[in-house]
Every structure is written in C-alpha cells, then in structure tokens.
Design a protein around this ligand. Structure first.
Ligand code: NAD
Length: 455
C-alpha cells in the first residue's frame, strides 16, 4: 500500500467492515437503499437540474430525460426484478455426479469502485451504483471533477439518504482517482476515455481486480438512399446534438449514399433550425461545451472544412453551434479522433457496402447506426458490423430498453450493464453442488485394484 492511498484507506476499511459483517446482503437492506436512492433523486430533482445546467448548460427536460428520470426508471426496474435476480438458478446434474442438486448462487463481490465521467455526470456515477447496490456490494463513487457542481451535490446528498457504512462519494481529480486505484477493490467500473481506461486496467492488475471499462470511440451512422430522409434527419439531430454532442453513443460521423447526400444535408439543416432556431447559441435547449480546452479542440476540427451549417462560437459561454461539415479528408483529426462535440462530418460513399467496409477497417465502435428500409441491408449490417450496440433507423434509443445490455467491444470497452446485466456484472455466480450420503459408488476411490472389481 502506497502512502498516497492511506488518505482514502479509512473509508475503504469502513466499507469493507460492513461487507464482512454481511450488512449489504439481505433483500430488505438492498430494497430500502434503492428506495432511499430514488427518494434522493426525486426530492432533489430541481437541485440536480440546476447542477447540470451549471456544469453543462443542460435544459431541465434534458437533465430529466437523460439523467434523473433515466435513473429513477432504472431503480424502478431494478426493484421490480430484484427478488428474482437474487434467486439461485437451478441447473441439471449429470448421472456421474448423482444424486445431487446443482445451482448457481449469485453473491455480491465486496467493495467496488465506480469512476464516473463528466458528460452525464449523475447518470454515469449512479447507474452503475444502482447495479452494484442491487447486487449487494459496498461502493466508493468517484464522480468526474470536470462536472464539479454535480459532483459536489452527490457528495452532499449521498450521506444524507444512504447508508454511510456501505457507500461513500470521494470527490477529486486524477490524483484522487489514482489513490483509490491503489486499493484492493473487488471490482472497478470505469467510464471515460481509452487512455485512462488503460491506466485503470493496469492499476487493477496489481490486485487482480476485474474491471468494466465503458469507453467511447467513433460511432458511425450509415444512411441508405431512398430512406425516409426527414425522419432520418430528425433522429440524427436528436442523437448528435443532445448534450451538444458530448455523448459516448452520439453518431460521430455519417456515411451517406451519394445520391441522397444533398437531400440529407438539407434535411439536417432544416431540422437543426426547427429544433434549435436560427440562433442556436441562444437556445435554452442547447447545451454548452464542458470547458475551454474541449472547445478549442472542437474548433480546430472545423478549421478549413466545408461547413454546411453552423461553425459559430460563443467563447464566453463555451458554446459551439451545431455544425455539419461535408466530405472532410479522412486523414484530418476530425476523422481520426472521437469528436465528442457538436460537429457532424457527412461523408459521401458509393454504397452501403463501401460504408460497411470503411467501418470494419476501423476500431470497433460503441454504437453503430443504419438508416435503411431494406430488410436485406438491415440484416447484413447487423450480421457483419461489430459494435457494442446497433440501432436500426434511430439513434441512441436502445438505451431506453433495460433488457438490452450497454457496453463496448474491442477498443470501445469491456463488460456491460443496465438492468439484469448490471446486477450480473457486480455479482459472482457461485457454482454450488449439494450431495447426500445415502448413495456412494466406490469406483472413483483408490486403490486402483479395488476399482477393477466394479468395471
Ligand atoms: P473524464 O475526464 O471525466 O474522466 C473520466 C474519469 O477518469 C474521471 O472521474 C477522472 O477523474 C478519471 N481520471 C482522469 N484521469 C485519470 C488518471 N490518470 N487516472 C485515474 N483516473 C483518471 O472523462 P473523459 O475521459 O474526458 O470522458 C470522455 C470519454 O469517455 C469519451 O471517449 C467518451 O466516449 C467516453 N464515455 C463513455 C461512456 C460509456 O458509457 N461507454 C460514457 C461517457 C463517456
């Protein structure tokens, strides 16, 4: 244990102690804590909305649908199914091992660490906690320092509503994160970028701690000609410019069949005006960029590009208008790095097959989108494209289904959560076999000479 980690050690030890004493194991405790977490969110909905406006300029509606409301429905779903999820699952026993009963018994892992990201600072810290809590774990939550108001609010509310012997919020930057990472957690759940994902995995290796890495990447969106362009544009605008494009599953770029590129860029332009008005920088429904560093990075992406709409910037308010650029060079940073902001490159391709080839030659994305009315195209896309999630004819909507796991593949991450998948991530499925004494075939016992008698 390093000197640095001693500062957070007492908190870790307090939680470990509760876990060892079995405090978090019962259904009654878990259910009561989930109720309390739900109360914390609903009684402080306004305070959360204000914090999210302060950190990211989110509108109240967006704060509710993508963070607080999302979490409340996640908790409701979890409470509805928790008893069932906690049950042992019976499996068959082969003749060789009979008579016996075999089953899988889910058990909590212990004390876990959850490191959240800034773009959905409340959801990305508390949704993994809903799963960890439901599975009966103790947890330390480390929200992102880049959303300081939301981080402070969670740090002040969690001890008021939840059992302080089982959960703690520790605020801080990467120094704090690395202190925490030196402790022997039973699981680390990290949301953020790939570079830090590697640091987390390396630190976890010191204690053989399993990790879930919720990372990002460039999520492609393919548009086939002859599809319903108005609805396609409306759904792309929603997925791309919610939270000013700072969403891990936002369409990063569009690959459109050449024949309908004009129609698509026109429809995107109209739809952007309809949703955010002629002066999007002043729209209450349009968020801001998290900080000046990220704003500078995004402005560089559009330098020298063919801008179809947008490009305006309000440095003081940290806002960049929804921006569509056409056919950027694939070697420029906007097509090499994850954009994570309100800039959408639209690139013409000759066919969906060419678009799929483009995607397959790049790291596996967190999400991949296809707009097509052709069943055959849809099937080929689902079959051949590897991505954390695929959504046909919409963007991001798969998030609304707790029956679908959320998580990446390859460079977009490892592990998954949401609904039962989150419960399973934070559980160990212990295999149990119960035998009795009443029947004992001696064939497996030494000496071998005695065994022969039975053969
Ligand atoms: P961030 O800067 O908020 O960092 C994430 C967390 O890592 C923070 O809590 C931060 O304190 C911690 N951290 C930073 N440096 C660290 C270090 N050296 N050691 C240990 N911890 C450290 O978020 P970010 O990385 O800018 O997030 C953006 C990325 O996250 C994008 O790639 C995005 O796609 C991805 N993302 C993924 C998801 C998902 O669910 N898969 C969700 C949101 C964001």
């Amino acid at each position: 244990m390093t000197n640095e980690s001693r500062a957070v050690l007492p908190v870790f030890e307090r939680l470990q102690q509760s876990f060892v004493l079995g405090k978090t194991r019962t259904y009654a405790w878990r259910k009561a804590q989930l109720d309390a977490l739900q109360r914390m969110l609903s009684e402080n909905e306004q305070a959360f909305a204000e914090a999210l406006r302060a950190d990211l300029g989110k509108s109240e509606t967006e704060a509710f649908t993508t963070e607080i409301g999302f979490l409340i429905s996640d908790i409701r779903h979890t409470k509805k199914h928790l008893r069932q999820w906690m049950k042992a699952q019976k499996v068959s026993t082969p003749v060789l091992a009979q008579p016996a009963r075999s089953y899988l018994q889910p058990e909590p892992l212990g004390t876990v660490l959850i490191i959240g990201a800034w773009n959905y600072p409340v959801q990305l810290t508390l949704a993994p906690y809903v799963a960890a809590l439901a599975a009966g774990n103790c947890a330390i939550l480390k929200p992102s320092e880049l959303a300081p108001t939301s981080s402070a609010l969670m740090a002040s509310l969690v001890p008021k509503y939840l059992d302080g012997d089982a959960v703690a919020v520790i605020e801080g930057d990467k120094e704090t994160a690395s202190k925490l990472l030196s402790l022997p957690f039973e699981h680390i759940f990290y949301t953020g970028g790939e570079v830090v994902g590697k640091i987390v995995m390396q630190a976890a290796a010191q204690h053989l701690t399993p990790v879930t890495l919720e990372l990002g990447g460039k999520s492609p969106c393919v548009v086939e000609a002859n599809t319903n362009i108005q609805t396609t544009a409306r759904r792309i605008v929603w997925g791309k410019w919610t939270n000013a494009g700072q969403t891990c599953i936002a369409p990063d770029y569009v690959l459109v069949e050449r024949g309908c590129a004009n129609a698509l860029t026109e429809a995107l332009t109209q739809e952007l005006r309809r949703q955010f008005g002629n002066q999007p920088l002043k729209s209450k429904d349009y968020g801001r960029i998290v900080n000046a560093r990220h704003l500078g990075r995004l402005k560089q992406y559009i330098d020298g590009q063919e801008i179809i709409i947008g490009g305006q910037c309000d440095e003081a308010e940290l806002k960049l208008a929804p921006t569509v650029i056409l056919n950027p060079d694939i070697d420029t940073p906007v097509m090499q790095e994850e954009i994570f902001g309100p800039v959408l490159p639209v690139i013409e391709v000759s066919s969906v097959a060419e678009a799929m080839d483009f995607i397959k030659r790049r790291p596996k994305p967190l999400a991949a989108y296809l707009f097509s009315e052709q069943q055959a195209t849809q099937n080929t896309f689902v079959e051949e494209i590897s991505a954390g999630s695929i959504c046909i004819n919409d963007t991001m909507m798969f998030m609304a289904n707790p029956q679908l796991p959320f998580g990446g593949v390859g460079h977009s991450g490892m592990g998954r959560y949401h609904g039962k998948f989150g419960f399973d991530t934070f559980s160990h499925q212990k295999s149990v076999m119960k035998r009795s004494f009443w029947f004992d075939v001696a064939i497996r016992y030494a000496p071998a000479s005695a065994r022969k008698r039975y053969l």
